[in-house]
Design a protein around this ligand. Structure first.
Ligand SMILES: NC(=O)c1ccc[n+]([C@@H]2O[C@H](COP(=O)([O-])OP(=O)(O)OC[C@H]3O[C@@H](n4cnc5c(N)ncnc54)[C@H](OP(=O)(O)O)[C@@H]3O)[C@@H](O)[C@H]2O)c1
Length: 269
């Protein structure tokens, strides 16, 4: 059975994907910082890895461990990430950098660590979690969205580069999904000290975001899409995993910029 390395496996999509793969008999290496939150999947047979994706040494050592123990990594589900939200001017530069360290450079570290092995094997699958906000951006989510745009752009290039080696690249694009994502994002928003000029925008966004997550679906359809991609002979290049993620990017493409802007800002009112 295939060996799959899942990052961000301590909650949300990563945890659910790990669980589903274990149920189907895959050999699963589950990575995150909070190893205590992976006791549920450890009990089902997952190999638990303490990994901070911002730390080169941590990523390289854990990937080497999987290869040493299994002789292979067939699939990387490159999924660890978080959203630190706030207006562009208000998010501290250090926080912007931290978000890139996790969402973009963390993904880069994993890709660089697994590719020499996958190239040698002439097979492999890399699944990168982006977002519907990697296809369009909205106020107060700009820096987070920019990390997801980066993932989309990088993944398209990678797909072309590694095709000759028998390696596939897939992008997962969820919409609003109830995981721990919104708790982390709200915690970041709570810490923000925005100038008076931005108060109404942030308050409007907060209501809009809260409402969205109150009625959001759970991680099931996204986890199912990841498992489908893993099982497919020829996986799709992109999986938009929720209804909003299928509809909103299309709407964004059809509508002129300013019309889309006012539609979103009206939602904040
Ligand atoms: N939920 C949504 O609405 C939504 C929509 C679109 C895209 N996404 C994306 O989906 C991915 C998974 O998010 P989720 O919704 O499942 O959120 P989640 O429940 O908060 O899970 C995030 C995971 O990322 C891990 N992580 C964060 N920082 C890390 C670091 N420095 N090193 C290692 N692991 C780290 C966390 O583990 P530890 O804290 O234990 O390390 C956790 O397991 C993210 O890339 C997110 O941007 C989510």
């Amino acid at each position: 059975m295939k060996t799959v390395l899942v990052t961000g496996a301590s909650s949300g999509f990563g945890n659910r994907v790990a669980e589903k793969l274990l149920d189907e008999g895959y050999s699963v290496y589950a990575a995150a910082r909070r190893v205590e939150k992976m006791a549920d999947i450890e009990a089902k047979g997952a190999h638990i890895l303490r990994m901070d994706v911002t730390d080169n040494g941590s990523v390289e050592a854990r990937v080497a461990q999987v290869i040493k123990e299994q002789g292979r990594i067939d699939v990387l589900f490159n999924n660890a990430g978080y959203g630190s939200i706030g207006p562009i001017e208000c998010v501290p530069l250090e926080e912007i950098k931290r978000q890139y360290e996790v969402n973009v450079f963390g993904m880069a570290r994993l890709i660089k660590a697994v590719l020499p092995h996958m190239r040698q094997e002439r097979s492999g699958l890399i699944i990168n979690t982006a977002s519907m906000v990697g296809r369009f951006s909205i106020a107060v989510m700009g820096w987070y969205a920019s990390t997801k745009y980066a993932i989309e752009g990088m993944s398209d290039a990678l797909r072309m580069e590694v095709k000759p080696f028998g390696i596939s690249v897939v992008v997962i694009e969820p919409g609003v999904v109830k995981t721990e994502f919104d708790d982390v994002a709200f915690a970041a928003l709570d810490k923000l000290e925005e100038p008076e000029d931005y108060k109404a925008l942030v308050a409007g966004f907060r209501k809009f975001f809260q409402k969205g997550y109150e009625k959001a679906p759970g991680s099931e359809s996204t986890a199912d899409a990841v498992v489908r991609a893993i099982k497919a002979k020829r996986p799709k290049t992109r999986y938009a995993t929720t209804t909003d993620a299928r509809v909103l990017p299309k709407l964004r493409r059809w509508l002129p910029d300013r019309l889309f802007d006012s539609m979103i800002l009206r939602e904040f009112k």
